[in-house]
Ligand binder design. Sequence first.
Ligand code: CA2
Length: 151
Amino acid sequence: MTRKIFVLNGPNLNLLGTREPEIYGSKTLESISSECRALGVKKGLDLEFRQSNHEGDLVDWIQEAIGVADGIVINAGAYTHTSVAIHDALRSFDGYKIELHISNPHLREPFRHVSYVSSAVDSIVAGLGVDAYELLVDILADALDGQARKN
Ligand code: CA2
């Protein structure tokens, strides 16, 4: 059985690999997506990567995931620290949810220390760099297997 996972990326993450490599690494979102999708195939996961600079798109995609996807990985970018709308949408999605950050926001400016996403997800990953996207493929596959065994 193949499981569907939405990997949702918020504002400015389309710039990955082009600027601020000391914080965000040198891989593009496109290359991260290709590598993760290939890994996912081996693990029975169908990963769908999306990116938008618009809050409403992220809300729409979370709603679209309801009844369609088994899990969501979300790097909401700066909306992490501001968006009640994304928080509310995530709470409506019953599948497995992971908040991902490339950097560790707690080591950065105080305005990044608050997350409206954290209290609406199952797990949080931060500060592991862009490799976190790939690491999560294995972790998600195991987490979803564990859920299936419980049900
Ligand atoms: O560490 C993360 O993944 C963040 O979600 C990234 C957001 C930031 O607002 C959060 O506090 C933490 C910013 C994404 C900006 O991405 C860029 C990538 C390359 C070059 C410039 C920006």
